[in-house]
Design a protein around this ligand. Structure first.
Ligand SMILES: O=CC(=O)O
Length: 346
């Protein structure tokens, strides 16, 4: 009996060679490498990869050249395909509901980059309180006047985060890890808003206060952290910024489109918000020109999750998802089971 086929998207794996050998023992691996959308669609139409049962994308740098996984692409997948295990935490580029309708489980890999993203969030939170961006820009300018300006004036406008409140939108795996770190390192008071309340022991472990309504939390938080998946709608727009505490801060490590960036600019320009820290941007890879000019805004190039540890974990978790699914019927990190269960195709 021929082995079932796994379609490996993108580059070779780099780290988990033993585990990959296990995958090769159980499956025939076909490769698409970095095909563009039209070549990839053509390959699916002509069944170039055969009737594969799973897709595996080990790292986010490659394997996404076909673009968003929408109805056009998903409807070309063979009916044999049951699981797509990909690198990456966010899955705004995959229509996971549409996949479920076709009986395909989508597995993300947030668990593999949680630590990296949480560390980056701590950097951004700290930066918004201490205005490190201003200091760094001045030092790199090689301009002694800018250096003196930063060195003499920053102390008058910055704070230790200790004892301030961090209001987290989305206390998932990543939000919780950030809360743990902020609570343990800076004794920050943790507030959170989510669609569901966490169990009492989770809340107790970080002394967290739950807000059923986002607006109520925005009024109380000294720093608002966006850590929720992007599902098509903004969570922060002008009315939200308006009710935030005067002098508070905003950090976003989730997706740029969750925030109305122009409204954020206006809130910073008016001084209603003191500072912001953004890993993600509305029009990536382009960064908002006004934000880029603000010394009280820390900006990163969507690298919060970028570390070798994340890469190793992405590769591993993807293979584990596929091996587990075909041996036990259960994937490790499926995100669309709620839709799959109700799908009439199953
Ligand atoms: O943004 C990065 C990711 O979704 O993993």
């Amino acid at each position: 009996m021929p082995k079932p086929i796994v379609l490996h998207l993108g580059d070779d794996i780099k780290w988990n060679h033993e585990l990959y050998t296990q995958l090769q023992e159980k499956f025939t691996i076909k490769r698409s490498y970095s095909m563009n959308r039209s070549d990839f669609m053509q390959a699916l139409k002509t069944k170039q990869f055969g009737d594969f049962v799973a897709m595996y994308r080990p790292f986010w740098n490659t394997g996404g050249e076909m673009g968003n996984w929408d109805d056009e692409l998903i409807s070309l997948l063979p009916k044999s395909c049951k699981i797509y295990a990909s690198a990456g935490a966010g899955f705004d580029w995959v229509d996971t509901k549409r996949m479920a309708e076709q009986g395909i489980i989508y597995c993300n890999a947030a668990a593999a980059c949680t630590e990296s993203v949480a560390d980056a969030a701590i950097w951004l939170i700290l930066s918004t309180f201490r205005n490190f961006s201003w200091s760094a820009i001045a030092a790199r300018s090689l301009d002694v006047e800018k250096f003196k300006d930063a060195s003499q004036n920053i102390a008058a406008v910055t704070h230790n985060p200790n004892g301030f409140s961090l209001g987290i939108i989305g206390l998932g795996k990543i939000g919780y890890r950030i809360a743990q770190k902020a609570h343990a390192s800076f004794e920050m008071r943790i507030l959170y808003n989510d669609i569901r309340r966490m169990p009492a022991e989770i809340e107790k472990s970080i002394d967290a206060k739950f807000y059923a309504k986002l607006d109520d939390m925005l009024v109380d938080a000294d720093c608002v952290l966006v850590a929720t998946p992007f599902a098509g709608d903004k969570v922060m727009d002008a009315p939200h910024f308006a009710i935030m505490k005067r002098g508070s801060r905003l950090v976003n490590i989730a997706r740029g489109k969750l925030i109305d960036e122009e409204a954020l600019v206006a809130a910073l320009e008016s001084g209603h918000l003191t500072s912001a820290g953004l890993d993600v941007h509305y029009n990536e890879p382009a960064v908002n020109q006004k934000l880029a000019k603000m010394k009280n805004v820390e900006l990163l190039s969507h690298t919060a999750g970028a570390s070798i540890e994340s890469h190793i974990g992405f590769e591993r978790l993807g293979i584990e998802n596929i091996l587990s699914f075909f041996s036990t019927g259960k994937a490790v990190t499926a995100v669309n089971l709620h839709w799959l269960k109700s799908s009439s195709n199953l």
